[in-house]
Structures are given as C-alpha cells and as structure tokens.
Write a protein that binds this ligand. Structure first.
Ligand SMILES: Cc1cc2nc3c(=O)[nH]c(=O)nc-3n(C[C@H](O)[C@H](O)[C@H](O)COP(=O)(O)OP(=O)(O)OC[C@H]3O[C@@H](n4cnc5c(N)ncnc54)[C@H](O)[C@@H]3O)c2cc1C
Length: 301
C-alpha cells in the first residue's frame, strides 16, 4: 500500500512529491506529459528559471524528486480511481493496479479555444492567454486580443495595453463589449473590430495578419486569446468532490477536498492565478498536508 499517489507531474505534483519524498513517504507520481503550457517554448516569471523551456523545468523537477528513494515516477495516464473502505485503488492506461492511502489531484486544466481558423498554428508561439506570462516578449508590437467572452474581452484589452499601445480587440462576430467599454477603449487608443474572423495567417508560428469574412485584412504580430478552462481529468467530479463555481476543485485552502483522502493542488483548483510558481507553491503546501494527515492518522488510538 502506497502512502500517496500524485496524479500529474507538473510543478504542483512534482513539488508535492518532493515534500513526500523528503518525509520518507512511499509515493508514485503519474504523468502523461500533456500540460497546458506544452505548446510554449519559454516559461516566464519562475524565479531563478525565467525563460526556461517547459519540458526542461519538468526534467529538473523530476531529478529533484528521484533523489528520494521512496518516490518514483510513471509516465502513463491514470484512467480510473476507485474509493475502497480505507484506501483508493487506481488503474492506469496499461492496466496496472495501485493501492494508496491518499491521492493528490495535480492534474491541471485544459484550454477551450474560441473557434477561429488557424489559431492552433500560433497559440504558444505568438498568441498566448496570459499577459503576465508573455506580455514582455510582445511589448510595443502590433497586437490583437481575440475574445468572444463578455467578462474577459474588456479585461484582456485593458491589461494588454500595459505592454503595447497598438492594440485591436477582435470579438469574432460577437457583441461582447458594452458601449461604455467601447468608449473607454477608444479613449485609450484601442480599436474594436466585431466582424467574424475568416482565418489567422502567418508562418512558423509567427502571426502576420488576420483576415475577416469580408476579405478585409489587418496586420498583427501577436497577442492574446481568451480561453475557457476545463479540468484536464474528470476524477474530482467522478469521485463526488465539491467543485467551485469557476470549475476548480474546492479545497479547504490546505489541499483537502470534500472527499477524505483526496487532495488537490495547482491549476486544477483554479484558486490562484494560473502560474507555474503558484502551482509549485501550492504543491509544496499540499504535500506537507498529506504528510501531516498521515502522521496524525498513525497516532489515532
Ligand atoms: C500557453 C501557456 C503559456 C503559459 N506560460 C506560463 C509562463 O510563462 N509562466 C507561468 O508561470 N505560467 C505559464 N502558464 C501557466 C502554467 O502552465 C500553469 O499555471 C502550470 O502549468 C500549472 O501547473 P500544474 O502542475 O497545476 O498543471 P500542469 O502543468 O498542467 O500539469 C498537470 C499534469 O498532469 C498530467 N495529467 C492530467 N491528467 C492526468 C492523468 N489522468 N494521468 C496522468 N497524468 C495526468 C498532465 O499531462 C500534466 O502533465 C502558461 C499556460 C499556457 C496555457
């Protein structure tokens, strides 16, 4: 019987595994290597690792956890989690069975994109979803915000104006901005185009222009897209964990979900800004919580 299984080998899961390993707990990390930021070439704002390739950060994390003999990592997907009386049984994609006292869901999120032809060619190279992650690299360029989201279009346009004064907000045929918001954009030199986009055009990941269905084209070098977010794995819902209104896994702030023995950290909780360093910090906190709970349980009379 393992002390803990960690599902997800991103910064949240690996940080938790490091704490588990340093407490001598028997843990296995499962990862199918499909993190949200896989499309990018550089990760920013992670102190001491600014600009690192996402896969290099992961490899460094793996080296850290594998120094501890009670921790191992399996590069395969977990397909099922079953709740038994006092433990959990997990089944992997290869059909392997594992028994564990605790499970940490560090499974992250997946992006849900607006339907725009060509978007996949540029996302992660010249189109991104977070100005704090990639705004600096696009500073002073001719930028676009593509958003069909009522709450996000105005916020993204405003935020991106911190990095460039040449911004066009494209709503792709949707009416998502109020007249007041449009006036505010106009006052700040931000143009709004509401026509439906036909296609994004460019080369080797570099956006060059946007063609609308009328045939009109505008030149743009990069920008932001507002994306929807979904759980990357359905375990929290299938186990019956209470979810937050924003779709994140609800925890007590220390990583415990509403199901005893199931913990969550990182992007999957949608409780902190979606940042690598935040996910790593959360993983550390929840790893310590799992260890503390295991210790407390061993003292129960
Ligand atoms: C395009 C883009 C660029 C970004 N750039 C930055 C940046 O520059 N700086 C920054 O701080 N943040 C950036 N982010 C945000 C950052 O990627 C996330 O905040 C961070 O990856 C969250 O870490 P996590 O460990 O919670 O989840 P993830 O890193 O997504 O890791 C989750 C892992 O769990 C695995 N997994 C899921 N389900 C299963 C399963 N059933 N079995 C096995 N494995 C499973 C996934 O394959 C994945 O490897 C960016 C995000 C995007 C989309």
């Amino acid at each position: 019987m393992l002390d803990s299984i960690v599902i997800g080998g991103g910064p949240a899961g690996l940080s938790a595994a490091l704490v588990l390993g340093r407490a001598g707990k028997r843990a296995v990390v499962f990862d199918d290597d499909n993190p949200r930021n896989k499309v990018t070439h550089e990760s920013h704002s992670f102190l001491t690792r600014d600009g690192i390739h996402p896969s290099e950060l992961k490899e460094l994390g793996k080296l850290d956890i594998l120094k501890y003999p009670t921790v191992s990592m399996e590069m395969q997907r977990v397909n099922e989690i079953h709740r038994e009386k006092n433990h959990f049984q997990l089944i992997t994609e290869k059909g392997d069975l594992y028994q564990t006292k605790k499970v940490l869901l560090a499974t992250g999120l997946k992006d849900v994109f607006p339907k725009v032809k060509g978007l996949d060619k540029f996302y992660g190279s010249s189109l991104f979803s977070c100005p704090f992650c990639d705004g600096w690299e696009m500073r002073n360029q001719a930028l676009v915000v593509i958003s069909d989201n009522k709450n996000a279009a105005f916020q993204m346009g405003k935020k991106l104006s911190n990095w460039s004064k040449d911004i066009i907000v494209c709503t792709n045929g949707n009416q998502v901005l109020t007249e007041e918001q449009k006036r505010s954009f106009a006052k700040n030199g931000i143009q709004v185009l509401e026509e439906e986009i036909d296609e994004l055009i460019g080369n080797n990941g570099q956006l060059q222009k946007i063609r609308f269905i009328s045939g009109e084209e505008i030149l743009r070098e990069g920008g932001l897209v507002t994306v929807g977010l979904e759980q990357a794995s359905p375990f929290a819902e299938s186990l019956g964990c209470v979810m937050s209104d924003n779709g994140g896994i609800k925890t007590d702030g220390l990583g415990r979900t509403s199901i005893p023995g199931i913990y969550a950290s990182g992007d999957a909780t949608i409780s902190t800004p979606s940042q690598l360093i935040m996910a790593a910090g959360e993983g550390n906190k929840v790893g310590a919580m799992i260890v503390s709970d295991l210790i407390d349980e061993s003292f129960k009379l």
